[in-house]
Design a protein around this ligand. Structure first.
Ligand code: HEC
Length: 150
């Protein structure tokens, strides 16, 4: 019985929005921290739309959100001026000490989203490209984003 409840709890956690957050851009005053949170929230929405397109088998529907990621993601790394840390931000301090790696992760995301856009435009199996794109989110978050407090 206990085991069943545990499995149920895990199921509920998976059902919750994949990128839940304690604080959002709307909690922040105008500035680079708010801008980067907002930008990531848009990327989150686009990623969700891509995922839904895959699930529905509507390859072409992934085009717009993938192109949107390609166009906005490159702005992300410019939104970390020195000292732009904040208790409400989940940016890990190593962003400022491992810049090259942080920038490289962002480039991987842009390249992966470009690949998704190409397939959405030309047709083909989106799944491997989408999986790869989500992998870039995860690698960067694992290394450069403070985990959600529970
Ligand atoms: C280059 C690193 C990097 C990549 C790549 C990246 N993220 Fe993020 N993401 C971050 C960081 C850092 C934050 C926290 C920003 C802050 O709070 O200041 C964040 C925050 C977020 C947030 C907002 C929630 C929050 O913590 O405030 C969402 C949603 C999100 N990312 C989704 C995604 C998705 C989806 C992808 C891939 C399609 C992705 N991210 C790729 C680094 C990255």
């Amino acid at each position: 019985m206990k085991r069943y409840r545990w499995i149920l709890a895990c199921g509920l956690m998976l059902a919750a929005p994949g990128f839940a957050r304690a604080h959002g851009a709307e909690d922040m005053p105008a500035g680079p921290i708010r801008d980067r949170m907002e930008l990531m929230e848009h990327i989150g929405d686009d990623a969700k739309a891509i995922n839904e397109a895959v699930k529905a088998g509507k390859t072409a529907d992934a085009l717009k959100p993938a192109e949107n990621i390609v166009s906005i993601a490159p702005k992300f790394t410019g939104l970390f001026p020195d000292g732009s840390e904040d208790p409400k931000s989940r940016a890990r301090p190593n962003i400022w000490t491992a810049r090259d790696e942080f920038d490289a992760f962002n480039t991987y995301l842009v390249e992966a989203a470009q690949k998704v856009a190409d397939i959405a435009r030309e047709g083909g199996d989106l799944r491997p490209a989408v999986k790869k794109m989500f992998g870039t989110c995860k690698s960067c978050h694992d290394k450069f984003r403070i985990p959600e407090e529970d």
